[in-house]
Design a protein around this ligand. Sequence first.
Ligand code: GLN
Ligand code: ZN
Length: 750
Amino acid sequence: MSGTSVIGFPRIGEKRELKRATEDYFAGNLDYERLAREGAGLRRRHWLLQKEKGIDLITSNDFSLYDTVLDAAFMLNAIPKRFAQAGLSDADTCFAMAKGYQKGTVDLKALDMKKWFNTNYHYVVPELDEGMEFLLRGDKAFAEFTEARAAGVETLPALIGPFTFLKLSRIRGALTSRMREGIAGVYRETLRRLASVRSGTVRFDEPSLVTDLDAGDLELFSSLYGTILRDRGPLKALLQTYFGDIGDAYDAAMRLDFDAVGLDFVEGAGNLDLLRERGWPRGRTLVAGLVNGKNVWRNDYSQSLSLLEALESHVPAGNIVIGTSCSLLHVPYSTRHEVRMPERYRRHLAFAEEKLSELTTLASLFRRDDCRSDPAFRENQTLIGEKRDLPEFRSPEVRRRVASLTEEDFRRRSPFVERTALQRRRLNLPPLPTTTIGSFPQTPEVRALRNDLRKGTITEEEYDERLKKMIRDVIALQEEIGIDVLVHGEFERSDMVEYFGEHLSGFLFTENGWVQSYGTRGVKPPIIFGDVSRPGPITVPWISYAQSLTAKPVKGMLTGPVTILNWSFPREDLPLRDIALQIALAIRDEVADLERAGIGIIQVDEAALREKLPMRRAHWRRDYLDWAIRAFRLASSPVTDETQIQTHMCYSEFSDIMEEIKEMDADVLLIEAAKSDFSVLDSLREHRYDKDVGPGVYDIHSPRVPGREEIEGMIRIMKEKFDPASLWVNPDCGLKTRGFQETVPSLRHM
Ligand code: GLN
Ligand code: ZN
């Protein structure tokens, strides 16, 4: 094997065709056959594109109508009984596992969804139990392989590896040897089937190998593959890892009978050291992940070629394949669609399609001795150099400000006990004050209004007037319901990150830069291009207007620096910590302006704080949390003691970063808790959390209206678990995805 490899291609299609078709199918406007045909058309187009661009190892079975982990569960017949018994078609069984199913007397809750490692993609969590009969079900892997062959493209069928599959599954009870054997048996059977259609190589994706593993894990990994790879005939096997270095699993992986191993050299800097220290088995192919599958910048050929040269002293050049660092699922489809983006920016970007050309160019440069005098190389280096010359790239003022930060800038003036006394006096709130997380329902009317402004069918003044009316209504509604701390509703925001990005300099926006987040949902992350600064106040006019309508406190509502950074594509020439500090300074100025405008409570949301926790625990603090917490503190600390800082986070898994949450030093922590029975309050108490807490008393992710008694019960529980004098009462998260019809009664009951 040599040449180039693509670990996976965005499957939603360049115009999000798959999203549309799947949603039409869900709505009953498209039959399954037409949906399947749409899927087949997309696969074919993506394979042919890769072939035409000269990619050697093209993946099949990276496609899914919803999620590939879900497909793997289906392939193993790991279908919980309640879904298997619903009498649905195969496709609908999968969709029911993904999204739940409600019809007639059947009422099935969806399986859980979790973040796919350190990406913003979410997979469906398989649920396994001892009673399951694992057997090869369906023919997706072979069918897609033969479909590609019929289209003239030889592909590598990719399977979610059995080790990662087990690590990601929720296992009821313990993993028994019967389950292990059953699962390994299905993989063996799959290999036999693939051998019978003479697929040359099969790929096993094992990203779980880049996480912290213990001896039991390594034993599981080795024994699974010991069984699966035995007597596989002429079929070749590629072990593919990504999102980091394979650390302790290196030796085990090398000992096993794989023909090729894929390592990520973008996020897995440690992989090169492993190779140097432990060597590389003779004859084995290395698939070297060099083209970043998670970011949107053009590859710097000089860096990639230097790395390839370093690899060459351990692995013969003929055994090196140049690949993407991970699936291209995590970047948008093509820059061709960004017609409104000025060319001076666009040419620095490489989305999935452009990365294909980078791979083949790198491969041809790698084959040449004098590659650095090749025009393709020089052109690339000129481009990389030009980026630094763009005026937005570097703002001396921003750099100076970051460089001159002192410890003072990261601290509130007084300790919490003193602050809270002053705040209580100023705010004069009743015990168990009620509030919400910020957004109110984004009705079709709100969305149409923002669209009209974008299209220019209404003037800025008309837009402002209509938005003010919505704010007036929502303030009146909250007063009427009797909420203590009000919000303005966030109607001006399409998205909590995009909105701030649009009002800060240093950000670029795409028109069509969609990335799949889960199922049919996508996000369009902004791109951090240059130094970040705030040209002027962003939210102050809206919040001040809302505050002018009521005697009750209205919260200022901001997105925190870590969340803005984590939900954007960052630049690669600056460490993330420096980018975070730049954003933090911009938000800090907004916080200060809100205070100056008389706003007494400012909420700085860090919904995505956990998102980019490093894969290995030993790196959590040093490589991430240290600077992430400092960035939050920098953003939120310019205020006087009388001004209250609240923060909101929406995940309930908390206990492992409790010390860091304490270090954020927010006066009030509003946090998701309803789905986990307030267990978060137990960990807060164990860690002697001494500030105010608002554990969400009801789940906003469902249209269900919680009853009065139910909420009363919740409040009772939380009062038993935590000092009532420090408790707030609020929903779990923002209400923007809900309708008013369920929001109003829910808040009344609360
Ligand atoms: N303030 C935001 C809202 O209410 C927070 C959103 C979030 O937690 N993701 O929508
Ligand atoms: Zn939330």
